[in-house]
Design a protein around this ligand. Structure first.
Ligand code: XUL
Ligand code: CO
Length: 438
């Protein structure tokens, strides 16, 4: 098999003093931290669409890099992508991958022909990626013009049926490749104007489609998790899966909360005017933390730039939430990230992944230290200690009535004295202290 990345050997862990750009400084896949290897804590996954297919095309210009991988026929390109992906994953010690159906096999003239292509390609993946694991699969129900008004939320029942058929096949491919996750990201599930939209019917239909997908997947033996990946906007002006809290309301309303968890994407969180950690915390507190799309936006740009993550604070607070949630089960950490358009060489793929993987490895190390250090957790526990005894404990146990509280307040008089400082600056300084002592 031809080598796609000549001159790039397997990327080694050389530690933080290394100046070799093609080495990990913080990610040591075999190092055991808190009883688990780093590769198992982090469960890094390659994203097929950006890494194997994204050629840098944007609204203002054509691609800057060739992602045909030396082939020309569309199905040959699809197979070359698999060969190149295997090499990238081997060289970077990445155990998982994830894809949309259309990333792995190009759409043909008919649905039947498209499905045949998926069969051929997934056969090829089964052998070529034998040692690798599928984190999750999904269907691209947003790219084709048929989905201009949505897929599961289309005003056309015919389009809804086509989307259902496409999702059925994508679930079959996921199961065939041993995937433990299936993602719904509703890029076109939303509206541009309520003047032409029956919002209630659209959301009811989306839930109907999800229920059908779950029932079918379970009937063919899928025992993994379904994920919804919240995003407030882009490409649609208002997307129904706006943020984690909104999605939780949707799942509970339609009785889907037993089968679905969240796939949280860092930059989708910021587009919803939340922090990445906020979205993870909402998911964790509600028992729906599942998987992560790791990337970052640019604070000066208001769109989904999908940059490789390099922000250590975000990665630290993310891994803090992951550890507090008990770690990943079926989920993992995929880089829904692309090298910048100007970073157009094959070597840049490696620099981009090394940057992202080292950032999260450092985040993991820092989060472990933060928890071991204990100052932050202790501060939070102390701050809420009034709920452990007296009137606080009576409220929590359900013993106290509102009349009891009135009596208590009347007797107490001034309650401001019960407050202590929030000490935000002190806590931020503790985080810096822990981070820079690594
Ligand atoms: C788009 C996005 C998707 C999902 C999978 O913003 O994040 O690539 O991750 O459909
Ligand atoms: Co994503």
């Amino acid at each position: 098999m031809s080598e796609f990345f000549k001159g790039i050997d397997k990327i080694k862990y050389e530690g933080k003093t290394s100046t070799n750009p093609l080495a990990f400084k913080y990610y040591d896949p075999e190092e055991v931290i808190c009883g688990k290897k780093m590769r198992e804590h982090l469960k890094f996954a390659l994203s097929w669409w950006h890494t194997m297919g994204g050629d840098g095309t944007d609204m203002f210009g054509v691609g800057t890099t060739d992602k045909k991988w030396g082939a020309s026929d569309p199905m040959e390109i699809a197979k070359a992508k698999i060969d190149a992906a295997a090499e990238i994953m081997d060289k970077l010690s990445i155990d998982y991958y994830c894809f949309h159906d259309r990333d792995i096999a190009p759409e043909a003239e008919t649905l039947a022909e498209t499905n045949k292509r998926l069969d051929e390609i997934t056969d090829y993946m089964k052998t070529k990626l034998a040692g690798k694991k599928l984190l999750w699969g999904t269907a691209n129900c947003f790219g084709n013009p048929r989905y201009m008004h949505g897929a599961g939320t289309s005003p056309s029942a015919d389009v809804f049926a086509f989307a259902a058929a496409q999702i059925k096949k994508a679930i079959e491919c996921t199961v065939k490749l041993g995937g433990k996750g299936y993602v719904f990201w509703g890029g076109r599930e939303g509206y541009e104007t309520l003047l032409n939209t029956d919002m209630k019917l659209e959301q009811d239909n989306m839930a109907r489609l999800m229920r059908m997908a779950v029932d079918y997947a379970r009937s063919i033996g899928f025992d993994g998790d379904f994920y919804i990946e919240p995003k407030p906007k882009e490409p649609t002006k208002h997307q129904y899966d706006f943020d984690t809290a909104t999605v939780i309301g949707f799942l509970k309303k339609y009785g889907l909360d037993k089968d679905f968890k969240m796939n949280i994407e860092a930059n989708h969180a910021t587009l919803a005017q939340h922090t990445f950690q906020h979205e993870l915390r909402v998911a964790r507190d509600n028992g729906v933390f599942g998987s992560i799309d790791a990337n970052q936006g640019d604070t000066l740009l208001g769109w989904d730039t999908d940059q490789f993550p390099t922000n250590i604070y975000d990665a630290t607070f993310c891994m803090y939430e992951v550890l507090k949630a008990g770690g990943f089960t079926n989920g993992g950490l995929n880089f829904d990230s692309k090298a910048r358009r100007g970073s157009f060489t094959r070597e840049d793929i490696f620099h981009a992944y090394i940057a992202g993987m080292d950032t999260f490895a450092l985040g993991l190390r820092a989060a472990v230290k933060l928890i071991e250090d204990g100052r932050i957790d202790k501060f939070v526990a102390d701050r809420y200690s009034s709920w452990n005894t007296g009137i606080g404990a009576d409220v929590i146990s359900g013993k106290a009535t509102i009349a009891d509280l009135e009596k208590y307040a009347l007797e107490k008089g001034d309650v401001t004295a019960s407050l202590t400082s929030g000490r935000q600056e002190m806590l931020e300084s503790i985080v810096n202290n822990v981070l820079f002592s690594l």
